[in-house]
Design a protein around this ligand. Structure first.
Ligand SMILES: NC(=O)c1ccc[n+]([C@@H]2O[C@H](COP(=O)([O-])OP(=O)(O)OC[C@H]3O[C@@H](n4cnc5c(N)ncnc54)[C@H](O)[C@@H]3O)[C@@H](O)[C@H]2O)c1
Length: 349
C-alpha cells in the first residue's frame, strides 16, 4: 500500500537532506498541501515518542500537538529541534487538553497502559477504557470533526467506546473513527516476505477481523505477489501474525510491548488518512463501523478519502481455512465490542 513507501521515501529523503543546507531541508514540505494539525495523545509514552518523531518528519503535517498527562514539554522540545517544517507544541495535563486538540484534523491515541506479563485482559481494559473515554469526550468538545486513529488497546473495545462517547455528544461520524490495525498488516507482510524470500516492498497481505489473538485474520490466500504456501506454512504464518504482540511482550520481559514497530505502523496509517483528507484516495485495512459481516465493527480494507472512510470493501473470496477462522473469531469479537458499548452505556445489554 502506497503510504508505506512514502514514509520510507520520506525517512530516506530526510536523512539525505540532513547533509544539505537547512534551507534545502525545509523544502521537503510541499507548499501546495493544506495546513494539517495532528495531535498525539499519550505522546510521552513508548509509542507516543517515536510516533511524534515520525509525524514531525511527515511533510503533510504542518502543526504537531503532543499531549500527555506528564513529560510532554521535554519530548516536544526535543522533537521541535528536528529541522522539518511542522511546528511542535507540547501540552501536559488535563488543563491543557483543549488547547492541544483545538483545530486538529487528525488525533492519534496511543494513551494508556501496555500489556505486561501477569496483567489480565480485564485489568488492561478497565484502565484504558477510562482513559479513552475521557480523551474522546474532550475530542467531541474541542475538535469534533477530526479523524481519530485509535491505538490504545484493546482496540476491539476502545473503538466502540469512542463511538458511544461521540454518539452521547451528538458528534459521531462513523467515517472518521478508525482502529489502527496496521501493525498486523506490517507483521503479515514481513513474515510472508521473509518466509518466501520476496521483496517486502512489493508484498501486500490484507488482515481482517479485529485486533487481538484469533480475531486477527490475515488473508494469505489474497496475498500478493502470489506464491504457493503449504497448509503448515499458512497455519504458522497466521499464528505468528496473531501472536506478534505476545512475541514482543515476552522478548521485552516486563519492559513494555511493541512500541517502535507500532509507531512505524501508526505513522503509516496516519499518513494514509492525511493523504485521503487531501484528496489522494488510498486503500488500507482498518477496524471501523462496518456492515460487511453481522458485527457492527470489523477490520477490512477501506477506501480512505476526503471524508475519512469513503467505502468499506467486501472481504472477497476466502479459503476454507480463512472461512473457518472468520467463523471462529466472531464470538470473541462480538463480546469485546459489547464490553466496549456497555462501558459507556450499560443499558445496551
Ligand atoms: N494498536 C496496536 O497495534 C498497538 C500495539 C502496541 C501497543 N498498543 C497499545 O498502545 C497503548 C500505549 O502503549 P505504550 O507502550 O506506548 O505505553 P506507555 O505506558 O509507554 O505510554 C502510554 C502513555 O500514555 C500516557 N497516558 C496515560 N493516561 C493518559 C491520559 N489520560 N491522557 C494522555 N496520556 C495518557 C502515559 O503517561 C504514557 O506516557 C497501550 O494501550 C498498548 O496496549 C497498541
Amino acid at each position: 500500500m502506497a503510504a508505506r513507501r512514502s514514509v520510507a521515501v520520506l525517512l530516506k529523503r530526510s536523512v539525505v537532506s540532513a547533509a544539505k543546507s537547512p534551507a534545502q531541508t525545509r523544502c521537503i514540505s510541499s507548499s501546495s498541501s493544506p495546513r494539517r494539525k495532528v495531535a498525539v495523545l499519550g505522546a510521552a509514552g513508548g509509542i507516543g515518542q517515536p510516533l511524534g518523531l515520525l509525524m514531525k518528519l511527515n511533510p503533510l503535517v504542518t502543526d504537531l500537538s503532543l499531549y500527555d498527562i506528564a513529560g510532554t514539554p521535554g519530548v516536544a522540545a526535543d522533537i521541535s529541534h528536528v529541522d522539518t517544517t511542522a511546528t511542535v507544541e507540547g501540552f501536559a495535563g488535563e488543563a491543557d487538553l483543549a488547547k492541544a486538540l483545538k483545530g486538529c484534523d487528525l488525533v492519534i491515541i496511543p494513551a494508556g497502559v501496555p500489556r505486561k506479563p501477569g496483567m489480565t485482559r480485564d485489568d488492561l481494559f478497565k484502565i484504558n477504557a477510562g482513559i479513552v473515554k475521557g480523551l474522546c469526550t474532550a475530542i467531541a468538545e474541542h475538535c469534533p470533526g477530526a479523524l481519530v486513529n485509535m491505538i490504545s488497546n484493546p482496540v476491539n473495545s476502545t473503538v466502540p467506546i469512542a463511538a458511544e462517547v461521540f454518539k452521547l455528544h451528538g458528534t459521531y461520524d462513523s467515517r472518521k473513527l478508525f482502529g489502527v490495525t496496521t501493525l498486523d498488516v506490517v507483521r503479515a507482510r514481513t513474515f510472508y516476505s521473509v518466509l518466501k524470500g520476496l521483496p517486502v516492498r512489493e508484498v501486500n497481505v490484507p488482515v481482517v477481523g479485529g485486533h487481538a489473538g484469533i480475531t486477527i485474520l490475515p488473508l494469505f490466500s489474497q496475498a500478493s505477489p502470489k506464491v504457493q504456501l503449504t497448509d503448515e506454512e499458512i497455519e504458522a504464518l497466521t499464528k505468528r501474525t496473531q501472536d506478534g504482540g505476545t512475541e514482543v511482550v515476552q522478548a521485552k520481559a516486563g519492559k513494555g510491548s511493541a512500541t517502535l514497530s507500532m509507531a512505524y505502523a501508526g505513522a503509516l496509517f496516519a499518513e494514509a488518512c492525511l493523504k485521503g483528507l487531501n484528496g489522494v484516495e488510498n486503500i488500507q485495512c482498518s477496524y471501523v463501523a462496518s456492515d460487511i459481516t453481522n458485527l457492527p465493527f470489523f477490520s477490512s480494507k477501506v477506501r480512505l478519502g476526503r471524508n475519512g472512510v469513503e467505502e468499506v470493501l467486501e472481504l472477497g473470496s476466502l479459503s476454507d481455512y480463512e472461512q473457518k477462522g472468520l467463523e471462529a473469531l466472531k464470538e470473541e469479537l462480538q463480546s469485546s465490542i459489547q464490553k466496549g458499548l456497555d462501558f459507556v452505556k450499560p443499558q445496551h445489554t
